[in-house]
Design a protein around this ligand. Structure first.
Ligand code: NDP
Length: 277
């Protein structure tokens, strides 16, 4: 498994598991739990969730899936921006810990920028870190201006990742945010690597994949895995798809393949506002 080093020096797998929309349908529960566990077997031990997902249902399902296997997992969860104040963040974090049935969250992210001053949010993260409720913290959906503000905030440069929308069909961050983060060795955690499956339906991608005996999802992930400092967190509730996705690790793209993908899915030619879902 390719690993990505966080600024703190710890490393995490470059391919993890997303869990938005997981736990919403009781009939799929057993299958979704089994899928996450299969992911752990295959080394996809970074799991991303959030208090927002299904109003806690995703965290509950993740808690069930990792029960007895906590030590294998690098657990990421997120706090709503309106809960990013000192008092509300503690409450949110404790509720997440209960739903996840763990003592500590490995990486706790501010889900997107909000109205609470960054200085207060950073202090709230640091307080939770001192108490051992979280081990690290970071941000999500921060554009370069927000990142500048964070770095200008006392203690703000202790962030460990910025989680943003990044996939073959959505490459805007390559213009400004990726260079910003690369300079500071701050990994990008790429969410919606399949653009919520829309990317997988693109004819160009399907043709490119079938010419190489690959599945479209494998090309989308192999492309992200070819990037420096990028962690991808695809979501699936189906074990066969999870196996297909994990197999992308065994199918690296050649320099020629990457050039061809640049032609099919061109990089940005100027600044664009940060895309979000
Ligand atoms: P993804 O881009 O990961 O796509 C998920 C969709 O693709 C699902 O419909 C899934 O269906 C389908 N899929 C998965 N694997 C395959 C495959 N091999 N073949 C065909 N279809 C497949 O979307 P997400 O938006 O879920 O992004 C991933 C994760 O990123 C989220 O789950 C969440 O953890 C995080 N995220 C963070 C955000 C933020 O603001 N910080 C915003 C959005 C996402 P099925 O499950 O039925 O297989």
């Amino acid at each position: 498994m390719k690993r990505i080093t966080l600024p703190c020096g710890e490393s995490v797998p470059a391919l993890g598991q997303g869990t938005w929309n997981i736990g919403d349908d009781a009939r799929l529960r057993a299958q979704e739990v089994a899928t996450i566990r299969r992911g752990l077997d295959l080394g996809l031990t970074l799991i991303d969730t959030a208090e927002m997902y299904g109003d806690g249902r995703s965290e509950r399902l993740v808690g069930e899936a990792i029960a007895g296997r906590r030590d294998e997992v690098f657990l990421v969860s997120k706090v709503y921006p309106h809960n990013a104040s000192a008092r509300a963040m503690r409450r949110s974090c404790e509720a997440s810990l209960r739903r996840l049935r763990v003592d500590t969250i490995d990486l706790y992210l501010l889900h997107w920028p909000g109205d609470v001053p960054l200085a207060e949010t950073v202090e709230a993260f640091e307080a939770l870190r001192r108490e051992g409720r979280i081990r690290h913290w970071g941000v999500s959906n921060f554009d370069p201006r927000w990142m500048d503000d964070l770095w200008a905030t006392a203690g703000g440069a202790a962030a460990q990742v910025n989680q943003v929308l990044y996939n073959l069909g959505c490459r805007g961050i390559e213009w400004d945010l990726r260079p910003w983060q690369r300079e500071r060795r701050l990994p990008v955690m790429a969410y919606s690597p399949f653009d919520q499956a829309r990317l997988l339906r693109k004819r160009e991608l399907a043709a490119f994949a079938s010419e190489r005996g690959m599945r479209p999802a494998q090309v989308a992930l192999a492309w992200l895995l070819a990037q420096d400092g990028v962690i991808a967190i695809p979501k699936t509730g189906q074990a066969e798809r999870l196996e297909e996705n994990a197999a992308a690790l065994q199918r690296p793209l050649s320099p020629d393949d990457l050039q061809q993908l640049d032609r099919l899915f061109p990089p940005p030619t100027g600044p664009t506002p940060l895309a979000m879902l």
